[in-house]
Design a protein around this ligand. Sequence first.
Ligand code: NAP
Length: 300
Amino acid sequence: MYDIVIIGAGPAGLTAALYALRARKKVLVLEAKSYGGQILNASKVENYPGIESISGFDYATNLYNQVKKLGAEIKYETVVRVEEDKTVITNKDKYKGKAVIIANGAENKRLDIDREEEFVGKGVSYCATCDGNFYKGKIVAVTGGGNTALEDAIYLSGIAEKVYLIHRRDEFRGEDKYVEELKEKKNVEFVLNSNVVSLNGDEKLESIIVKDNEENEKEIKLDCLFIAIGQVPQNQIFSNVVDINDYGYIEAIDDVHTKTSGIYVAGDTRVKVLRQLTTAVGDGSIAATIAIKEMKINKE
Ligand code: NAP
């Protein structure tokens, strides 16, 4: 029996583990992929108070090592169900906790166009920092208008010969600082008010068609399209124990409570106004602290 079973080893889950371990609780962290969550792919983090600049990889690895040093048990298993009695069932085993914290983050959003899945790894990528180096001296495009797309375009401009930045509006959701940096780059071309509507090639991606708001289409020949259009949560498996909103996010009461006593939610997977590293670690610390407090109250 664990005190707390945490689902997800991103910043929210690992911070919850940090707080719970420091309170001498027995903690299990379950992660389906790799530790770090989305921040692992951020080339630079420069808005975390007290740290001027750090790569997402270094940040995530520091946090992971900090939690491991405290004795965290981390298992790489995929959660398939959580019972109301706080049993967490994975693809390999089942684990009982006194409390459960759901901190599973969100998945990369797909463009949902023909052949997208077919070309993954063959000219379609969702991670510039993972795959960018394969495109040294080549032509690439990034689609999206948030910080991820902007950072990806900056990163790729230092590797690729040419980077197209395709966004469906003429204003960016991401920070102006990044937009200004991109405007200075000679090998970056903005393709605004446009959507990628088709992917073409035989064995691998060879070109894309973009359509602008006036229905004009143009072909761009390239070697890779990096899709950075945000994330979607994957919460249906928890629908027996939590309420989920129309966009798939978990409804949170007073920040981290769900409708089931002893089951908490933290990070990007919950309904919230700002999905950032700072708010994820805030959630993780609150969820663990409240879980521990309520465990004590229930014992009394
Ligand atoms: P995001 O902020 O949600 O932006 C997604 C972008 O993709 C938006 O510009 C959106 O366009 C566009 N988009 C969405 N669906 C689309 C579709 N079907 N077709 C075409 N375009 C589509 O996502 P994100 O950039 O991944 O960032 C997620 C969060 O992490 C944000 O809070 C961000 O600030 C944060 N982040 C921080 C850092 C950092 O601090 N260093 C780095 C990366 C990310 P519209 O604008 O038109 O809606």
